[in-house]
Structure formats: structure tokens, C-alpha cells
Design a binder for this molecule. Structure first.
Ligand SMILES: N[C@@H](CCC(=O)N[C@@H](CS)C(=O)NCC(=O)O)C(=O)O
Length: 205
């Protein structure tokens, strides 16, 4: 398996999920502006969509779209999902909300837009995060263990921090809890988002 990713992009959720699962995989960084990969490859030959995440399976099938990839990972590695009758549906429900409501709302902050559009986006995101905060069922969205939906939500919290969007206290606590997980530390380190020194500090906290 190979994950195509870009540092701090939404592909970080898949990166964390693969590490949490203990999956054997390779990773290749993509420059989203030039569409070249770190080995000099043409990313548009991997997927004409030109965006991350893309997960190339061992049989050569290429998966795109975060909801589909995270759902596939939770199917392959059930510890990343939720058990029970409605388990998969509830996780998909959360993934769809995070993708189509929260992630989409960040667009004016990542791309050229007016100050008014940016300010409106921050208000919208803050209100969506409040909804997610109310949805927490303990430590994470579905209880004491994180699912793929929590990994995606975690990335949204890192984006919120970057753009100085208000984050409700329970989600701040969830972000900190998530940050301390060894797989999350490894993903952040591999994407160059923290240093080895910071990783040491987090694991001894
Ligand atoms: N519909 C896609 C969107 C993924 C997406 O927005 N990826 C961003 C990074 S978070 C990207 O690669 N943007 C570069 C581009 O669209 O050219 C999904 O849900 O996976």
C-alpha cells in the first residue's frame, strides 16, 4: 500500500489511521502546487483528481476521497471503526459531516478570499466545531477509543488552531489527548509538523 500525502493536508487523517492500525505501507509526499511527488513522479498519473489523499492498494487499485479511504481502512482494521449494527453507518455519518461541512468550510481560509469571507468562514467553523464537541461521547466521538472519524476531526482541529478559529474546551482536550498517542506523534514527526524533541516532550507528558 502507498499513501500519497501532503504535510498537514487532510491526508494526515489517513496517515494516522495507517499507523494506528500498524499497517505496512509506504508514503510519498506530493507537492500540491506542482503535482509532482517527492520522487519526481507526476501525481496526476496516480489520480487525475490531483488531490490527496490517494491510497494505492497492493493490487494497484487507487482509492481517493477521504471518506472512502477512511471507511475502507476501518473495514480492513476494525479497531479503527465502531462495532454494532449501526457502527459503520455512524462512522460514515461523522466522516460525511466532517468532510462536507467542516472541511469544506475551511476553503476561504486556505485559498484567496476577502477578509469578510474569511471572518464568515471562522464563525461557521466555530459553530460546526461546537456541534462536534456536543457529539463527543467521552474521550472521543464514539467513546473511549478513537475511530477514523476522530483522526479526521483531529486534522480539522489542527487547521482551526492554525487559522485561530475558536475551539471549544472539550475538543481542545480531545486534541491534546490525540496528540499524545504514539501513532499521532509518529505521523506528525514524519510529516515534519513536530520535531524529535517535541515528540520526546509529548510522550513524557
Ligand atoms: N474531495 C476530496 C478533497 C481532498 C482535498 O481537499 N485535498 C486537498 C488537501 S486537504 C488537496 O489535495 N488540495 C489540492 C488541490 O485540490 O489541488 C476528499 O474528500 O478527499
Amino acid at each position: 500500500m502507498k499513501l500519497y500525502y501532503s504535510p498537514l493536508a487532510c491526508s494526515l487523517a489517513d496517515h494516522i489511521a495507517l499507523l494506528e492500525a500498524g499497517a505496512a505501507f509506504d508514503r510519498e509526499r506530493v507537492d500540491l502546487k506542482t503535482k509532482r511527488t517527492e520522487t519526481g513522479g507526476d501525481f496526476s498519473l496516480v489520480t487525475p483528481k490531483g488531490y490527496v489523499p490517494a491510497l494505492v492498494l497492493d493490487d494497484g487499485e487507487v482509492l481517493t476521497e477521504n471518506i472512502a479511504i477512511l471507511d475502507w481502512l476501518a473495514t480492513q482494521y476494525p479497531a479503527l471503526g465502531i462495532s454494532g449494527n449501526l457502527g459503520r453507518t455512524r462512522v460514515l455519518e461523522a466522516l460525511a459531516f466532517i468532510s462536507t461541512e467542516v472541511h469544506r468550510s475551511f476553503k476561504p481560509l486556505w485559498h484567496a478570499s476577502t477578509d469578510i469571507q474569511k471572518a464568515k468562514a471562522k464563525v461557521t467553523i466555530s459553530s460546526l466545531l461546537n456541534e462536534q464537541s456536543d457529539a463527543l461521547a467521552g474521550d472521543y466521538l464514539f467513546g473511549p477509543a478513537p475511530s477514523v472519524a476522530d483522526f479526521y476531526l483531529f486534522v480539522m482541529l489542527l487547521w482551526a488552531e492554525r487559522f485561530e478559529v475558536d475551539i471549544p474546551a472539550p475538543l481542545l482536550a480531545m486534541r491534546d489527548r490525540m496528540t499524545r498517542r504514539p501513532a499521532v506523534q509518529a505521523a506528525l514527526l514524519q510529516e515534519g509538523l513536530i520535531s524529535l524533541r517535541e515528540r520526546g516532550r509529548a510522550s513524557s507528558a
